[in-house]
Design a protein around this ligand. Sequence first.
Ligand code: GLN
Length: 482
Amino acid sequence: MNNPWEWDGHEMHQHFTDGQISAEAIVQSHLRRIDEIDPDVRAFLAVDAEGALQRARVQDAWPLADRREHPLAGIPVAVKDNMVTQSMPTTAGSKILAGFRSPYNATVVDKLLNAGAIIMGKTNLDEFAMGSSTEHSAFQHTKNPWDLERVPGGSSGGSAAAVAARMVPMALGSDTGGSIRQPAAYCGIVGMKPTYGRVSRYGLIAFASSLDQIGPMTRSVRDARLLYRIIAGHDPHDSTSLNDIAEPPAVARDRFRIGIPREYFGEGMAPEVRDAVQRAMAGLKELGHELIDISLPHTEYAISTYYLIAPAEASSNLSRYDGIRYGMRSQARDLMGLYETTRDEGFGDEVKRRVLLGTHALSAGYYDAYYLTAQRVRTLIRQDFDQAFKQVDYIVTPTTPDQPFRFGERDDDPIKMYLGDIYTATANLAGIPGLSMPVGLANGLPVGLQWLAPPLADLALFDAAESLENQLGTMPWPVEVK
Ligand code: GLN
C-alpha cells in the first residue's frame, strides 16, 4: 500500500471502512505530511493535531458498520478560515478578529462532523476573502505547490494548496466571485461553487451576502461530489438557503449540447491557456458532445458590476467590526475614536479600499448611478445565461484568462488583479453553479477549465466534469512538493 496521503477521499474512506487501516494512521500520515510540506507552502493558519487524533481514535473504536454509516469517516478535511469553528480560532485572514473564538460552528462544519470528517485545521485566505492570491492575508502568503515563487490564487488559496500538496484530500472554500474556482485552476485541482442557496452560509463570515457560497475543493470529481452532497441542503439558520428540492436529473442524453461563449475567449487571454482549453474541447467533441458557439453579450460589464455590488455589500457587512463586539480593540479616548482606531489598525489596505468603494457606491447622490445600475446590469447578465441555457445543457469556458502569477506582480495594480475574475464572477452574479477542473499543464503550471450549468443542476455538473476527467486521465504531481 502506498502512503495514505496519496489517496483520494474515497480511497481513504474505503480502506478505513474495510478495516484495512485505522483512522489514526491516516491522520498521522497527513500530520507528518503537513509537518514536512507546510513550512514551505504555508497553507494552514491553524492545525488541530490533538483534536484530529482524538477524533480518529474515537472512530477506530467504531464497528465497521458504524464507519460505513458516516460517508466521510476516516477522511481528513481542511476548512477555510472564514467559517467559524468552536474548536479553533477563526480569523478570516484579518488582524481585526484577533482573539476571536466562535461560540458555535458553521452549519457546514457541523455537517462535516456529523458525516465523520476529521477536521485537520483552518486554511489561509485573503483578508475577508477579498483577493485572488492570498497576498492580502494579514498573516502569510500561501505558495503554489507547482512553483513556490507563484501565488496559489485566492481567496481560498490555502485550501487549494493544501489539497494540491496532498496535505488533505478535501477542503472547503468559499466563492464570491471565483474564490473556489480560480485557486482550484491555479493549483490543478477540482473546485465547485454551488447554485446560490444550495449550501448554508450560516457561520460563513460574510463578504457579499448575495454572492457568497461555500463549496468543495478536492483532487477528483467524485470527491467533490461527495463533499457537496454532505454540505448541501436547507438550513433554518440561513433564510437564503433553498428548501430541499430534488435536483433536476443529469442531462438525459449522451451527447451534451455544450455552449462555448465567444466573449470568454477574447483579448487578454494567455495563448497557453487558450491552447490547453481548446485541446480539452477537442476531447469533448471526441466524446461525442456537440460544441455550440454562443454569446453572453453582457460579459464585458461583469467586472464593473461585480466590483460595485461586492464592495457595497462588504461595506455593510464589515460595519460590525467596531472594536466592541468581536476580536481586537484599540486604545482610544472616546467611543468614536475607538471605532476609528480599531478599524484603521485592524483592516488591511484591500479591505479598506473595498469599504471605501462600497460606501461611495451606496451613498446618497451616487446610489442610482452606481449600485442601482449595477443591480440592473446583474439582471441582464443573468438573462444572458437564461437565454443560453434554452439552447445548451452546459457552458464551457477557461476558468481564468491566465496562469499563476509571481508574488508582487499584481499587488500594486488592483485593476489588473480584478480583471482576472472575468470568467468566474458572472456565475456568482447569475447565481448558477460552476466547476473548475484541471485540464493539463502549460509551462509546467496547471490550466483550469470551467463548466457552468443552469440553476440547481449542481449534480449534473459533476457528471459532465467526470466524463472529461476520465478521458483526460490523472493530473501529474506538483513538482515542488513531490
Ligand atoms: N477575486 C475576487 C475578489 O477579490 C473574488 C473573491 C471571492 O470569491 N471571495 O473579490
